[in-house]
Write a protein that binds this ligand. Structure first.
Ligand code: PA5
Length: 447
């Protein structure tokens, strides 16, 4: 039995099942391209068979390194941005208590993130918070020169060294970076930090199953073996040898492609579980950076329901009809909670007394799906039996595989991101970086 179920039945009023099925050979050949390595960006296909090639020795090495940090630190600061941040953040949130930071008698260190913004207040408040705590850090940067994490690492490294001295500091800092090149690699080698390598053939947004994601997750106490096992299961179920009818990543890709060509240019990932909010953030990077180029691509957006039904719900129901929705359905909660009866029944909700919140949540979801379909928004459903390390591993690999297929169907290179350089050039010019003087002057005139 698959860890995920896929259904496009609430799409067929908009693009017919037979039309989606007619894309079968195109989609299958895109999947084959990912495996044969003959498509665009084929230097970056290391993620395709990554789950099944993760060795027990690597898992053990990651767990051992995580254990060192866990034994030394009450707070571990994970530094990174984009693909070097969102994977760990999304899985950690999904698998943690909603009120993680306030849980009493916690046995796992608190994992906090830095280097994903340049906010002075964020940094000030983080530094204030860690002043009197035992800390360690995992710094993640493939290039080693990305501005946001590099600034954060300067700060955190300084604090750790002042607090513990250089020798002990080196045992509290782990770097995840390129195997040979880059500023972080040079520094880590020089200082004697424990390091993990991000393979050359895996880009940031496809790196959650490398130490980029696995080390922070292990530090936080996530069962990374289960997480990898779920991804491996999905790798096998979406291989090039799996026929379209059995391959849910291929079906998702075909459905998206058909909807896009029918004028649905925006996909909203919707979830009714607050702890999945960052799964959507990770998904947005994956699809936005991979597909959005050459004037093409579906714009990935997300909503957290039912909260956003009281805000974005209006637009989804009634705004411009260029949307479709992909709903993450969770069959069973990990905990039970029933609605209490109330003597006065002023809110008129006693008809719900004794029923579970999941019952209400599922009915809200079903009602919303039908309303949105009636309003002209096709709905895709992706269903997980429950939220756990295995199912989340499967979900993330499923999205990666479908993303690669979708990009090839659109004939774009899934693995580059030429568009993200434009802001960096302007930022450096405005900041006065040596070598950018002329551009800086031109830009300032335009402000
Ligand atoms: O997906 C990507 O490639 C980007 O989001 C990068 O991961 C991000 O810019 C961080 O880069 P680096 O790991 O080199 O610091």
């Amino acid at each position: 039995m698959s860890l995920l179920k896929f259904s496009a039945s609430k799409v067929h009023d908009f693009v017919s099942e037979s039309h989606i099925n007619s894309l079968k050979s195109k989609i299958e050949s895109c999947n084959t391209l990912l495996h044969s390595g003959e498509g665009k960006g084929n230097d970056f296909l290391g993620w395709v068979d990554l789950p099944s090639s993760i060795t027990p020795a690597l898992i053990e090495e990651i767990k051992a390194s995580a254990e060192v940090l866990r034994s030394k630190a009450e707070i571990v600061i994970v530094i990174g941005i984009g693909g070097s941040y969102l994977g760990a953040k999304s899985v950690l949130d999904a698998l943690s208590n909603n009120f993680n930071l306030l849980v009493k008698d916690r046995k796992d260190p608190i994992v906090l993130f830095a280097g994903q913004n340049i906010s002075e207040d964020y940094m000030h408040e983080l530094v204030e918070l860690i002043q009197d705590r035992d800390i360690a850090t995992v710094v993640i940067s493939k290039s080693g020169t990305t501005t946001e994490p590099a600034i954060a690492f300067r700060v955190i490294k300084d604090i750790i060294e002042k607090k513990y001295g250089k020798a002990e500091a080196a045992t509290r800092i782990v770097a995840v970076t390129d195997g040979e090149r880059g500023a972080l690699r040079t520094l880590a080698n020089g200082e004697g930090y424990k390091t993990f390598v991000i393979a050359d053939n895996i880009g940031g947004r496809f790196s959650v199953l490398t130490p980029v994601g696995l080390l922070p997750l292990a530090v936080a106490g996530v069962d990374i073996s289960e997480f990898v096992a779920g991804a491996t299961e999905m790798e096998q179920q979406t291989g090039a040898d799996v026929k379209f009818e059995d391959n849910i990543a291929a079906q998702y890709a075909a459905t998206r492609f058909a909807l896009y060509n029918s004028g649905k240019k925006i996909e909203i990932l919707a979830s009714y579980e607050p702890k999945l909010q960052y799964i959507a953030e990770w998904w947005k990077q994956l699809y936005g950076e991979s597909e959005g180029k050459d004037g093409k691509g579906i714009f990935p957006a997300s909503v957290n329901l039912t909260a956003d039904l009281h805000s974005m719900g209006q637009y989804i129901q009634d705004g411009e009809r260029t949307l479709f929705e992909t709903v993450l359905h969770i069959e069973k909660p990990n905990n039970k909670f029933a609605i209490p009866a109330n003597e006065d029944n002023l809110d008129g909700l006693n008809f719900l007394a004794g029923r579970s919140l999941t019952d209400v949540n599922h009915n809200a979801e079903a009602g919303t799906m039908l309303a949105h379909v009636d309003g002209g928004v096709p709905n895709i459903s992706i269903s997980l039996e429950s939220i756990n390390a295995r199912s989340i591993g499967a979900l993330l690999y499923f999205f990666e595989k479908a993303c690669g297929i979708c990009c090839y169907a659109l004939d774009v290179n899934p693995f580059d991101q030429p568009g993200v350089e434009a802001y960096k050039k302007n930022m450096f010019a405005l900041l006065g970086k040596p070598g950018f003087e002329a551009e800086g002057e031109e830009l300032r005139k335009r402000l």
